[in-house]
Design a protein around this ligand. Structure first.
Ligand SMILES: Cc1cc2nc3c(=O)[nH]c(=O)nc-3n(C[C@H](O)[C@H](O)[C@H](O)COP(=O)(O)O)c2cc1C
Length: 195
């Protein structure tokens, strides 16, 4: 089983999303000894924004192939300005590719990348629970679910640490909520592997 570990946060050691994504990957390593982990750090090694000079280059093909080869993708995804970081958007621009991960048919679009599991470590400064005034500003988690669904992936689990900007105590509590969800997610992974 191959796990692709992606991080997009720019706050290094202090990053909540990195802390949670790393904990998930470590728990998965511990639970599944044969697991092969591939690392992609979108801050240390940014993928250029898609432009005329980059269309169809070998680098883009490499990013796509790495995604296609993975069974599980763990993504550290902070919310920046109500959506995902542009570093992560640049990654999506390389993996959402007509003819590779989706295609249009007479019946409409069809996802071609099904069968993968996505685990997102979501970190946000504010609170966006359904029914709250800020819920309409959440273009972060709904975006992630929508784009993965478009390419055929419904199996998206989100470990959420939110309200982290409200102060150190709230931040720590939010991190603990997200970390507490990790064992069940990893247990499910191990079961899926055994099936
Ligand atoms: C450039 C930038 C933009 C941000 N925009 C938002 C935002 O729109 N809404 C929000 O709730 N938090 C926002 N935040 C707060 C982050 O989501 C929060 O600090 C989160 O923990 C960042 O992830 P990290 O800890 O992994 O770096 C922003 C932070 C940065 C650095």
């Amino acid at each position: 089983m191959k796990l692709l570990h992606i991080d997009a946060g720019i706050t290094g050691e202090g990053s909540v999303s990195r802390q949670v994504s790393a904990a998930v990957v470590q728990a998965a390593r511990d639970a599944i000894p044969a697991l092969e982990v591939v690392r992609r750090d979108l801050d240390a090694d940014a993928i250029p924004h898609l432009g005329s000079q980059h269309l169809g280059t070998a680098e883009g093909a490499g990013v796509l192939q790495e995604f296609l080869d993975a069974d599980v993708i763990v993504i550290g995804a902070p919310m920046y300005n109500f959506t995902i970081p542009s570093q992560l958007k640049a990654w999506f621009d390389r993996i959402v590719v007509a003819g590779k991960t989706f295609r249009y048919t007479e019946a409409g679009p069809e996802g071609l990348a099904g069968g993968k599991k996505i685990i997102v470590a979501s970190a946000r400064g504010n609170l966006y629970a359904p029914g709250t005034p800020l819920a309409v500003n959440d273009f972060h988690e709904p975006y992630l679910r929508a784009v993965f669904k478009f390419i055929g992936i419904d199996d998206v689990t989100i470990l959420r640490a939110e309200g982290v900007a409200f102060g150190p105590e709230q931040r720590e509590a939010a991190v603990q909520v997200a970390l507490a969800a990790a064992p069940a997610v990893v247990a499910e992974l191990r079961t899926a592997l055994a099936a």
